[in-house]
Write a protein that binds this ligand. Structure first.
Ligand SMILES: *Cc1c(COP(=O)(O)O)cnc(C)c1O
Length: 419
């Protein structure tokens, strides 16, 4: 194709990568087709109609579109109830509402998947900073680390349950670490163990996991889960927001925290955001398919170049994140510049490493998205420190995601940085 000036070297390796990725693509597409039908069925069962997209203001009492969207999320995720709101400002906020909605002073939150995602540290208060955190409210925190293979340590979890936690917290995605993501089956095994030993609530950080498998944690025994709408379930269309889904009684408690006790889900005008949120979840299984294929292609391509990809091209996936160990800061920078140059928005911008708050090293980021910060759109982040890996995710169409990855490879090739 005449639009980009790729070297024969990159073109040949890309072709080989496509062959290598074929099997993984088949699995991803089959899962996507299944989930796409599941979502369509939920739209039909709930009789979605034009009036559901109308604008409400003020209190938003009786917003039928809002109520129906909650129902659709609950149906799609096999949950009793859901709370889907554009007024959740991000994933961290949504998870915070879930945690504060369910935990009370004196309770223990037990995280069984090692150190949680960075932004949750401040919410729990594990970084020593107490201000407004769960710790500030007298909620205790305990953690079971992952085993040496990065897997949940079942024996240690069983032992830790003796402390009778109020909540067992599971993070499905690898986040920005090199540990494997958890499958829904693994989450289910932990949930079964917990429920057989105590009456703790099993709560899941489901960010980046939605629609990567045929079922969700709430269908495997998790009591409640939460995620961000500028990731998978927003389908690259929802402009902001988050969701909480799970047991009816628990979602109600979260709704009391999200708005006010007694008001809960009954208030919250939608200001015209419903259409985007409906279209977002409707497209999400297909968009997740595109993102997963982009990730698999990049793994195959960079494995062909001799780099380590986590997960590898043919490993089963339970989130949309792809880590590529490029081994040097120069490669990380050239890679991110290539991704940026291949983005539909801000392609002309050159990303530079910067001292991002909360990081102990410089970080370089590529993001050229229609929705600011949306990581269901193609984006890449690389802290300039060991293990010199870039974390990449998203891509709302495979063809454009693939092109951006090829541009990143071309950048490395031109700079003489490929092995
Ligand atoms: C994205 C993410 C969050 C929340 O992050 P926000 O940037 O606030 O949306 C929490 N946990 C995991 C695993 C995530 O990937």
């Amino acid at each position: 194709m005449p639009f980009f000036d790729f070297s024969d070297y990159v073109l040949e390796h890309s072709e080989k990568a496509m062959e290598k990725a074929g099997k993984a693509f088949d699995v991803i597409e089959e899962t996507g087709a299944y989930n796409q039908q599941k979502v369509l069925k939920a739209f039909i069962d709930n009789a979605v109609t034009e009036a559901d997209f109308s604008v409400t203001t003020g209190y938003g009492y009786g917003d039928r579109g809002r109520e129906k969207l909650d129902r659709i999320y609950a149906d799609v995720f096999g949950a009793q109830s859901a709370l889907v709101r554009h007024s959740f400002t991000c994933g961290t906020h949504t998870l915070t509402v879930m945690l504060f909605g369910l935990l009370r002073p004196g309770d223990t939150m037990l995280c069984v998947t090692g150190t949680p995602y960075d932004t949750i540290h401040g919410v729990i208060g594990i970084n020593g900073e107490k201000k407004g955190s769960l710790a500030d409210f007298g909620v205790k925190y305990a953690q079971v680390n992952l085993d040496k293979n990065g897997r949940p340590d079942i024996e240690a979890i069983e032992k830790a349950l003796e402390m009778k936690p109020k909540m067992v917290y599971i993070q499905r995605s690898r986040g920005y670490s090199l540990r494997p993501s958890l499958s829904v089956r693994e989450i289910g095994e932990i949930a079964d163990l917990v429920h057989s030993k105590c009456d703790a609530i099993v709560a899941v950080d489901n960010c980046y996991g939605e629609f990567t498998e045929k079922s969700e944690p709430t269908q495997a025994g998790a009591d409640i889960m939460a995620g961000s709408l500028i990731k998978n379930p927003g389908g690259g269309i929802a402009r902001t927001g988050g969701y909480i889904a799970g047991r009816e009684d628990l979602v109600e408690l979260c709704s009391f925290r999200a708005t006010a006790p007694g008001l809960g889900k009954e208030v919250g005008c939608t200001l015209g955001e419903n259409r985007n949120m409906y279209m977002g979840i409707f497209s999400s299984p297909n968009v997740v398919t595109q993102a997963l294929k982009t990730a698999v292609f990049s793994a195959a391509l960079f494995e062909n170049f001799g780099f380590k990809a986590t997960p590898s091209c043919n490993e089963p996936r339970h989130d949309i994140i792809q880590a590529l160990c490029l081994e040097t800061p120069e490669r990380l920078c050239e890679f991110c510049k290539g991704i940026q140059a291949g983005s539909p928005v801000d392609s002309f911008v050159t990303p530079e490493p910067w001292d991002m708050p909360g990081y102990d090293s410089k970080v370089i980021m590529a993001a050229g998205a229609f929705i600011s910060g949306a990581s269901i759109e193609l984006s890449a982040d690389a802290p300039l420190r060991e293990p010199y890996a870039v974390w990449m995710q998203g891509g709302i169409t495979f063809e454009t995601g693939k092109t951006a990855v090829m541009l990143a490879a071309e950048n490395l090739f031109k700079a003489g940085l490929l092995k």
